[in-house]
Design a protein around this ligand. Structure first.
Ligand code: CTP
Ligand code: MG
Length: 335
């Protein structure tokens, strides 16, 4: 593999933005879907507050970070201070409360890495996962949403990359590939790296929002409407950015030594993080630092087999973007 290979983008690249934007538009959830999500959240709030009047429900994940495509499940976090009840007890109790109403397939998954209650609402047809006190996820959801409000190209790029990852089967953490959350961070990092930059580093600016959650200080600039149009000096089209994204991950990223870090707006060295060798199941073959839980490598699920799959997929996509006469078809071909 050629590291830092130089390549000129094809000359007709910008004309490919039309079909890419059409794909993006087709994935945007319609307004009525958002209303149904709110309706379901309202029902859940009503049921939960009967048992726990002080508890709060928060939406997080793709339904709240603006990277959710049409027909996604919703992720809900129950914030509750039950000092003498452990998480799996709360999960069982919550499942009980919800079971008794008209919700379907209520399941308590107490043994999962993140214990959740799963359910389906037959009225809206929406499925939902509820976790307990995962407030860092609520805060990283806000960070992602704030980034999305800076430049629409982030949302467009992330939709296209998530759609590609799902089509190609590389969005499955239980098979050693990456979560949607990881892909969105990769998109943010990529847009922070463009010159001129398309996104700033919100955690590197004076904080206008600051909370401490699970002993982690989460602080960043969140008055993004004050940034004007930050990325205006960069005129790259969405097709150019899709090409650039795949080219970056295929040929430019230094997998052996670098960690991508949205927190610093840059890359940092694996050595500085002590992510150079395998510890337990964490292999650090592709390193993506969580913006708040900075000891978390979102690439930790990737193993020797799946890193090969991932890198081959990035190369395949980069080559399609460079040479294929009709990349929008080939790129999303089911694997
Ligand atoms: N999350 C996290 N740490 C991870 C994975 C996920 O904090 N290692 C949180 C993030 O807040 C993320 C949410 O869980 O937004 C949901 O994760 P995921 O399902 O990967 O992303 P979604 O945006 O919900 O994507 P999808 O549309 O594929 O459901
Ligand atoms: Mg989700």
């Amino acid at each position: 593999r050629t590291f830092k290979r130089q390549m000129m983008c094809r000359r007709d690249i910008d004309s490919l933005s039309v079909p890419f934007l059409a794909i993006y538009e087709s994935l945007i959830p319609p307004e009525e879907e958002k209303l149904k999500q709110k309706q379901l959240l309202g029902l859940l709030e009503k049921l939960v507050s009967k048992e726990w009047p002080m508890a709060r429900l928060y939406l997080y994940g793709s339904c709240a970070n603006s990277f959710g495509v049409s027909k996604s499940d919703i992720d809900v976090c129950l914030a509750i201070q039950e000092v003498d009840m452990d998480k799996s007890k709360i999960i069982m109790k919550l499942a009980d409360i919800l079971q008794s109403d008209n919700l379907q397939n209520v399941q308590a998954l107490t043994r999962a890495r993140v214990p959740i209650v799963k359910l389906m609402d037959p009225v809206t047809g929406i499925s939902c996962d509820i976790c307990i006190n995962n407030l860092l996820a609520v805060v990283n959801t806000k960070l992602l949403r704030d980034y999305a409000n800076i430049d629409t190209r982030l949302r467009q790029l992330a939709f296209i990359i998530k759609h590609w990852a799902k089509s190609r089967g590389v969005n499955e953490t239980y098979h050693g590939t990456l979560s949607s959350y990881a892909y969105v961070l990769m998109c943010i990092h990529f847009l922070q790296q463009r010159r001129p930059a398309i996104l700033p580093c919100l955690q590197g600016m004076d904080a206008t929002y600051s909370v401490t959650v699970d002993n982690v200080d989460c602080a960043f600039f969140d008055k993004v409407e004050k940034l004007g149009h930050f990325g205006r000096h960069n005129k790259e089209s969405i097709a150019h950015l899709v090409w650039g994204f795949f080219f970056y991950w295929a040929y430019c990223h230094d997998y052996a030594n670098s960690v991508i870090s949205v927190r610093t707006g840059s890359t940092i060295s694996k050595r500085d993080k002590d992510w150079t060798r395998r510890v337990g199941n964490d292999r650090h073959l592709i390193c993506i630092e969580d913006p708040f839980e900075i000891s978390h490598d979102l690439g930790r699920v990737v193993d020797k087999r799946s890193i090969k799959v991932l890198r081959e997929e990035f190369e395949r996509a980069a080559d399609i973007m460079q040479y294929d006469p009709n990349p929008c078809v080939k790129l999303f071909e089911p694997y």
